[in-house]
Design a protein around this ligand. Structure first.
Ligand SMILES: *[C@@H]1O[C@H](CO)[C@@H](O)[C@H](O)[C@H]1NC(C)=O
Ligand SMILES: *[C@@H]1O[C@H](CO)[C@@H](O)[C@H](O)[C@H]1NC(C)=O
Ligand SMILES: *[C@@H]1O[C@H](CO)[C@@H](O)[C@H](O)[C@H]1NC(C)=O
Ligand SMILES: *[C@@H]1O[C@H](CO)[C@@H](O)[C@H](O)[C@H]1NC(C)=O
Length: 296
């Protein structure tokens, strides 16, 4: 009897531990949800980490993932002279966050250690680098095995697999590129604008009072997932140079602010945003906002 009294709580503890592990992106409810029906908070310029005006994040890429962020966006450029493909902000002289390969290796290491998590990358191809150069970096990092390849192109919005299906198939990395995707050459790097529309960037209105379609131009919302740029910029000294508004990040990234814009969008398009793209995901309560959007 004593033994049972001792063992039972242990068993319950173990079982609940296993259940937590088996959840998809941390929630059982998300396992049966189609990828296209999940809302994610996204780290804008995920690799640009630090205190400088050209840096958009306070947590490292691994910390972003460890803290629940499952959508990472970043801008790539060809590094001058050495010619590697790097994550750089506008130019590699302004901000050079290292090679795409190192970034992908970091994400792969994290995926290896977290088998029930689905992660999305949105890569910006600032220099229109050929798609096969991206393929080299994916292959070199060993992450290619995790990528998801849709069975048809483009996959209809209502035909996406559930998170559990992605996890079971081991294809837990969904990759989009803004310009230059070519699935005839690299089938797992998907054309962002075949799947998404975006709202305008470089917002300086702290109330985020619009949810217009900005890219692709003339697109309709129908049949597309969508990404909302909920990143606030300021124009210090009135020089016309916009920089991320670090001082107000906690307010910008509060569930109240994120959900207010998401609700505005939802009223226009009949469904929640797929991605709320954010600077400084270490500020505010971005996972609280994400859970709210997913009704968790
Ligand atoms: C991908 O996975 C397969 C089977 O699991 C394995 O044989 C192969 O070596 C892996 N490739 C890479 C690049 O990790
Ligand atoms: C919205 O943000 C994404 C990610 O930074 C960026 O690629 C895009 O350029 C932004 N939209 C516009 C219209 O600039
Ligand atoms: C968008 O529509 C306008 C007005 O019909 C047209 O002038 C423009 O060329 C279109 N842009 C694209 C990229 O199709
Ligand atoms: C997911 O589906 C529910 C129910 O139709 C809807 O309310 C919600 O806005 C959808 N979310 C996304 C991101 O499509």
């Amino acid at each position: 009897m004593v033994l049972i009294n001792l063992l039972l709580p242990c068993l319950l503890f173990l079982t609940s531990g296993l259940m937590v592990q088996a959840a998809c992106n941390g929630h059982d409810e998300l396992c049966t949800r189609q990828y296209s029906n999940v809302s994610f908070v996204g780290a804008h310029d995920s690799p640009f980490v630090g205190p400088l005006p050209q840096q958009n994040q306070g947590w490292s890429v691994t910390e972003q993932l460890d803290n629940g962020v499952r959508f990472l966006q970043g801008q790539t450029h060809r590094a001058p002279i050495i010619g590697t493909l790097n994550f750089c902000h506008t130019s590699c002289f302004l901000e050079n966050a290292g090679t795409v390969r190192d970034f992908l290796t970091t994400v792969k290491t994290w995926l290896d250690a977290n088998p029930n998590e689905v992660v999305t990358l949105l890569i910006v191809n600032g220099d229109f680098v050929p798609i096969t150069d991206f393929e080299n970096e994916f292959d070199g990092s060993g992450i290619t095995n995790y990528t998801y390849i849709p069975p048809v192109s483009p996959l209809a919005i209502n035909a996406w697999p559930t998170l559990q299906e992605l996890i079971t198939a081991g294809t837990r990395l969904v990759v989009f590129l803004d310009y230059g995707a070519d699935i005839s050459k690299v089938p797992y790097i998907l054309d962002e604008f075949a799947y998404f529309f975006e709202t305008p960037y470089s917002q300086t209105d702290p109330t985020f009072s619009q949810c217009k379609i900005d890219r692709p131009s003339n697109a309709t919302a129908s049949g597309r997932m969508y990404l909302v740029n909920h990143t606030l910029n300021v124009n210090p000294l009135d020089l016309g140079i916009l920089i991320p508004d670090r001082d107000n990040a906690a307010t910008t990234n509060s569930p109240a602010s994120i959900e207010a814009q998401a609700n505005l969008c939802s009223a226009l398009y009949g469904r929640n945003p797929n991605v709320m793209l954010l600077d400084f995901v270490d500020q505010g309560d971005v996972i609280g906002a994400e859970n709210g959007l997913n009704s968790l």
